[in-house]
Write a protein that binds this ligand. Structure first.
Ligand SMILES: Nc1ncnc2c1ncn2[C@@H]1O[C@H](COP(=O)(O)OP(=O)(O)OP(=O)(O)O)[C@@H](O)[C@H]1O
Ligand SMILES: [Mg+2]
Length: 298
């Protein structure tokens, strides 16, 4: 039996569920916005059960988990003392995430991969250590160190958040107004060398690699609603790098973002642990759903 971690309102969760229906695979949604009831003997392997959609599921019967969304544990006011409510939230969160770390099943993908993905700058560092080409990157809230980084990278820079939540923006020295530099003190940001070129999105399922070239008019393709998705082939060494990135990032499948520079260099941006794929499949006819279903059911 398969667990779909996410909500019944999520397009990708529903899509996967529909395909499991066709295969007559039993599955249940686990939507953590409603904190689940569970019992777990932390000292013995897979001993315990969890109630998902009214069904008591023994841990040892879980064949795999499709991790789409873990909504974390919502804050609930259970006392006038905010500290007490926060403590309860922390307790619930720790119990559930410890269970996710411990449960031995086919996680697609695992909590470890998701936690690692939140340390994007560390992953950039790991990729570099593994001889994978990544953009020169500076993370700082120190306005006095920025000019030097711009000079070293020929004044061709982008800025983006460290974790995410805002679009990537091109920047030149002229954009470094006093106001902007002073605002840095509120939070560090991420500067990178600008990789002028096109986006490549790779869907990787263990050893299967499907690459797509994205032609967009904006620096961050998500801003261009008319972006074109075109099937492409990757050089062998870049396929190997994709596999290495998956290994470093503890991923079984991923949507890997790469920039192909105008000079023909492949530069790795990041590897996403729960990528959207329905639109990409429609545009390219790659068998992305089937590859994911294979991972979950084999
Ligand atoms: N160094 C760079 N040079 C050129 N373009 C870049 C660079 N970094 C990012 N981009 C563009 O911006 C997009 C988003 O970048 P990235 O995935 O690093 O940001 P994010 O905020 O982490 O996004 P997400 O919401 O996917 O987590 C990339 O897919 C690419 O199109
Ligand atoms: Mg991204």
């Amino acid at each position: 039996m398969i667990i779909i971690l996410g909500g019944r309102n999520d397009e990708h969760c529903i899509h996967v569920a529909n395909h499991l229906d066709k295969l007559k695979e039993e599955y249940y949604f686990l939507d953590t916005r409603n904190y689940p009831i569970f019992n777990w003997e932390a000292t013995s392997q897979n001993c315990g059960s969890i109630i998902a959609e009214g069904k008591r599921i023994s841990f040892c019967d879980i064949k795999s988990v499709y991790w789409r969304n873990y909504y974390s544990v919502p804050f609930e006011k259970i006392s006038d003392d905010e500290f007490v409510s926060k403590m309860v939230q922390r307790e619930k969160e720790s119990a559930l995430s410890s269970l996710f770390y411990s449960l031995k099943t086919n996680w697609v993908n695992s909590i470890k991969a998701f936690e690692l993905h939140k340390k994007k700058a560390y992953l950039i560092n790991l990729m570099k250590e593994n001889n994978i080409r990544v953009p020169n990157t500076l993370i700082t809230n120190d306005k006095d160190r920025i000019e030097d980084f711009f000079d070293k990278n020929n004044n061709k820079i982008i800025v983006k958040p460290i974790l995410g939540g805002a679009y990537t923006e091109k920047l030149s020295k002229n954009d470094l107004t006093k106001e902007r530099l002073d605002s840095l003190i509120t939070s560090p940001v991420q500067f990178q060398e600008l990789i002028d070129g096109v986006d490549i999105r790779v869907y990787a399922f263990k050893d299967e690699i499907y690459a797509i070239r994205i032609e967009a008019d904006t620096i961050d393709f998500r801003e261009d609603l008319n972006a074109k998705l075109i099937k492409t082939e990757l050089p062998k060494n870049i396929c190997e790098d994709c596999k290495k990135v998956m290994q470093i990032s503890a991923l079984k499948y991923s949507g890997i973002d790469i920039r192909l520079s105008n000079q023909g260099e492949y530069v790795f941006i990041e590897a996403n642990p729960a990528p959207m794929f329905i639109y990409a499949e429609k545009q390219t006819k790659y068998p992305l759903t089937q590859s994911l279903i294979n991972l979950l059911t084999s």
